[in-house]
Write a protein that binds this ligand. Structure first.
Ligand code: FES
Length: 116
């Protein structure tokens, strides 16, 4: 069985983008995806303006992409609320674990995920 396609949405609003260096995490995500054959072409990463959870940031939502969704646009509000994939307080170690487990094995990282 093939794994789903995912889009990682990392917030880069004023609170998280510069002040908390989420741009560095997006760069790390892109480099990691590019370097891994199991993720390349199936997992995408992009900026997201703001989740409204800046106190917890930087934050990332891992969207499971529906067929036909190219991952180039913001997730619909109901997708944000219904899918388990919101990861607050992201750092390099957490990002690596999420890429390995959620994107690489299709398993939500229970001790890191939060309700949106
Ligand atoms: S900029 Fe990250 S939640 Fe607002």
């Amino acid at each position: 069985m093939s794994l789903p396609r995912y889009c990682l949405h990392l917030c880069d609003g004023p609170s998280c983008g510069i002040a908390r260096n989420s741009e560095r995490l997006l760069s790390l995500a892109c480099r990691t995806i590019d370097s891994r054959g199991d993720l390349r072409g199936r997992v995408y990463a992009r900026n997201y303006t703001c989740f409204g959870r800046c106190d917890d940031g930087p934050n990332m939502f891992v969207e499971t992409l529906a067929p036909g969704n190219d991952g180039l646009s913001d997730p619909e509000p109901e997708v944000l609320e219904d899918q388990r994939g919101f990861y607050p307080g992201l750092d390099e170690d957490k990002l690596t674990r999420i890429l390995d487990r959620h994107c690489g094995a299709g398993e939500v990282v229970d001790d890191l995920v939060d309700r949106y």
